[in-house]
Structures are given as structure tokens and as C-alpha cells.
Design a protein around this ligand. Sequence first.
Ligand code: ATP
Ligand code: MG
Length: 399
Amino acid sequence: MKEPFLSAIPLITKIEDEGYEAYFVGGSVRDLLLGRDIADVDIATSATPQEIQAIFPKTIDVGVEHGTIVVLFSGKTYEVTTFRTEAEYKDCRRPSGVQFIRSLEEDLKRRDFTMNAIAMDKTGQFIDPFHGKQAIENRVIQTVGKAKERFSEDALRMMRAVRFFSQLNFKIETKTREALIQNAYLLKHISTERKLIEFEKLLAGKNHRNALGVLHETELYMYLPGMALYSEGLIRMIKYDTTGLSIEEMWAFLIYQLKINENEMSTFLKTWKLPVKKIKKIVQIVKWLKVRLKMDWTDESLYEAGLNTIFSTERAYNLLHNQEIDSRINHLLEQYEDLPIKQRSELKVTGNDLQEWFQKKPGPWIKEILDRIENAVIHRKVSNDNHSLREWLIKCNQN
Ligand code: ATP
Ligand code: MG
């Protein structure tokens, strides 16, 4: 066995010594079998949350009602979740309450896909009642049990199917795919927050073009925030391989392809419940992309956009023109570095200077003059030192 599993073995042993069962489960076991990088391991146990809290001195209660306790162990944190069933589902959503059980197999049975329903004990033996290993070998995404039922229990699983399709480039098993079409409309019951997580993972997956195609074919996209009107835009988006773009750049590219109006962009992103800061970044990129499509960068536009937006805009621009994503980035960096100033605070003049030079009380005139100075400095009409700026102002005033 290898890390990060290795470090967790003593934790499992400790739970076993107390008379309970504990296994590695879920994404980490799947990714181990796939040879993918593993961020952290999830552990499932027959011990209840209270029993886990009694065994380990340091725990954090992150969701006792769902059976999850974070255990601090040998300087690391582990999510330890009690075996559970989700007997009752309401409105196609995760149930609010869960029932703790002592059977591993029952716990595996409630999991979404066979590849995600494999447990591994501390010796590296697999417990795989639903043939998840086989599914991984055959590279298929298949629900545990009947797809139609599993998707109507929790409609988010449909989005998860398509995002795993994007990340892993597996096939979607026929019945599972049919159920996506039949049950797509149930996605309307799912919260935006949960959809967003899956959608961003989908966008970032290496098979994202085909995954967006599946969202379109199955009409799942119609039940994603603000997307119902954009059938054609989604088709346009599918033409582009956005690999290498940041998540903000991907959103900006999507908005551009959907042809969302300037004044509706924020609203669209708000319906996705994206954080305000992220929305601002995305809107800036789209705005500058539209400018960039009309003309090349100038000192003024480089200065106004700022380095991060310049890079993001240029990457989106390159992608639109089938050019290497980062081509010309170094050239733009040089051009940017060469600007006389990068922001207004770098001007070698202050409001106090102006009051003194003009012998006038403070007022809106200060901002007006600073605007003019800023503009002149960027256009290299005057160099940015206090003495030159003063001379320049005096000269301007005489004309
Ligand atoms: P990732 O590597 O992206 O985290 P993951 O498979 O670990 O993928 P998680 O959301 O972390 O996904 O969930 C952990 C495990 O919990 C899954 O592997 C699966 O067994 C189970 N699971 C998660 N969400 C659902 C769901 N909606 N329905 C059923 N089982 C689920
Ligand atoms: Mg996970």
C-alpha cells in the first residue's frame, strides 16, 4: 500500500481494536485503482459518531447528523463516516436524516456508482459486492442498482455521472444514460450550490467537450441555473477545448459563447450563486475580450485592465483564434512592465501638492487634475516625477 492510505492504517487499527469495523471507501479507492492522484482518504466505519468521538481525543464535529466526524490523527485530518442508509428520499433530494447501520454492504449499496462503491480494508483487500473494479477496468459509469430509481432518489447523481464522465473519460452505461434522459427534469429539485460544484468539476475535466454534449443531448442543461435558453450557445461552447484555462476564464468563455448581454452577465452568474469577487473577475474578462476582439492592446487598455485580466483575456482570445493558449503572453508582460505606472497611487504627485501649487482649497478639481495627469503619464506625454509634473501643469494652465 502507498500514501495517503499508509498513514491512515493505525487509525483504522485503533477503531478495530475497539471492536468496530473501518475501511477505506469512495473516491480514494476508485482513484487508487485508476492510478490517479489521491488527495485524501475517506474512511467508513460501523462505529457511530459518538463512538468515534469516544475513541479519539481530537475530533471535529462537521456533520454528526450525516454521520461524519473529522478525526485529527498523527498531525493529519480524516473524515470518518458511519455506515448509513438513506432510506427515505424527499423531492428527489438527499434525505435530511440518515439511519446509522452496522453493515458495510448496506453502506456501499447507497452509494451512487459502482466505481464509488468499493471498500478496501487495511491489508489492501477489496470488498466489492457491486463489481466496481470490473466497471473501472471496463471504464464504465454505472449506478449501483437501477439507474432510474437511483436518479429519482437523488437527482444530483445525474450531474455527478456527467462530471465523472468529464473527469475520467469513461463510457456511460446504456441504462444509466437512458435514465439521464428520462429523469433530467428532476434536476430542478436540486440546490444551486450542489449543481455548481459538479458543473465546475465538469468544466475542468479533460473530457469536458463531450460532457457538455451529454448535458445537451439529455437536456440536463435545461435544469441548470439560467441555462435553459442557451441551447445554441452550448453547442458553440462544445467546439472549444478549454483545457488550460482557469475556472474564471472558463466561465468567461462560456458567457461569451452563450452570447449573454453585457447587462445580464452578472445576473446569470448570480443565479449560479458564484461569489461576488469571482463574478467581478469573470465580467471583466468578458468585457475586455470584446474589446480585444476589436483591437490590439494599447498602453491605455493594458493599464486599465491590469495584469491578471490581460492574461485571462488574452488566453480566451487565443483559444477563440485556435492559437496556443499562452502565445504572446510574455510579450504582453514585457509591454505591461514597460508602462510608466501600473496604478494611480504610483503618480509622483499628491492632492496636497496640487493644493500648494494652485493655492486652492480641496474640492472636486483635485480629482479632475489627477485624472488628467494620470492620462498624460500613461500616454508618456510627461514623465512621472514631481518636478516634471509641476512644470507640465503650469504649462497646461498657461495655454
Ligand atoms: P471526488 O474525487 O471528486 O471527491 P468522490 O467520489 O470522492 O469524488 P465525493 O463527493 O467526495 O465524491 O463523495 C464521496 C463518496 O460518497 C462517493 O465516492 C460516493 O461513494 C458517495 N456519494 C457522494 N455523493 C453521493 C450521492 N449523491 N449519492 C450517493 N452516493 C454519493
Ligand atoms: Mg471525495
